[in-house]
Design a protein. Structure first.
Length: 251
């Protein structure tokens, strides 16, 4: 899905390039049908990309924190990850919602709203919008402090970007954006998949770590969706199995 969106293709267009049915692409993206490595390479090539694989140790250390974040209200997630004495980012998001600002929230604030575990690095917010057409709307939110930059209520700095890395701009992100409710109204926030797409295409120093965080969020969400298998073992059998995993027992 990320390759297709990065290339700006619909499922039908990708299917035509691969000589497949659109339903096949849809089943791949829903996870209803397994995908081989050869399939992934063909998709990447059809999207004008190259597959670059790395072997990494599985790390679930973020999972408990992400699970806790996902139980909170989106603005409470943001507040928990905002450093002390930093600008009030949650108030800035609410100001955008109240003004009906026509844009999609991206960047680390969007990551926090979507449940990632990383503490935010500063008081900046980013929104993808039409930088020229949207300027009058964003100017009403607060004081202009530079080209496409504004200071919002609560002291947060807002930067309006036209085309984030790996995307085709506002219309591209708007299709998959999540509508997040706040006390002041609704604000569009880029989906976790699209935030991962942006991080994957970014050259910033923090992009790799951010991509890992977004992938961890997707993993936790997927794990929560899976039905839990019933364990009919007795307590003694569970304890014995645990001990066997920790200390090999000669047989």
């Amino acid at each position: 899905m990320m390759s297709r969106r990065r290339a700006g293709l619909s499922q039908r267009q990708l299917a035509e390039r691969l000589g497949l049915r659109q339903a096949t692409i849809a089943r791949w993206e829903r996870g209803d049908r397994g995908v081989t490595l050869d399939d992934v390479e063909l998709v990447a090539r059809a999207c004008g990309l190259r597959l670059d694989a790395h072997l990494l140790a599985e790390d679930r250390s973020w999972w408990p924190q992400i699970a806790m974040q996902l139980e909170l209200d989106p603005l409470d997630r943001l507040r928990r990850l905002t450093p002390a004495r930093s600008p009030d980012l949650a108030t800035g998001v609410e100001a955008m919602a109240a003004a009906g600002a026509y844009g999609v929230l991206v960047g680390e604030v969007a990551g926090a709203v979507q449940g990632w575990p990383l503490v935010l690095g500063g008081g900046g917010m980013e929104v993808c919008s039409y930088v020229d057409d949207g300027a009058p709307v964003f100017a009403k939110l607060g004081r202009r402090v530079g080209r496409h930059r504004y200071e919002l209520p609560g002291g947060a700095r807002l930067r309006v970007v036209d085309v984030p890395p790996g995307t085709h701009g506002f219309e591209d992100l708007r299709r998959g954006a999540d509508l997040i409710s706040t006390p002041a109204g609704v604000v569009r926030v880029a989906s976790v998949v699209d935030l991962l797409r942006i991080a994957d295409a970014s050259r910033s120093k923090s992009a790799y770590r951010e991509a890992l965080a977004y992938q961890a969020v997707l993993d936790v969400v997927e794990a929560r969706r899976r039905p839990r298998r019933q364990d009919d073992r007795s307590p003694a059998e569970k304890i014995d199995a645990t001990l066997r995993r920790r200390t090999p027992i000669p047989t």
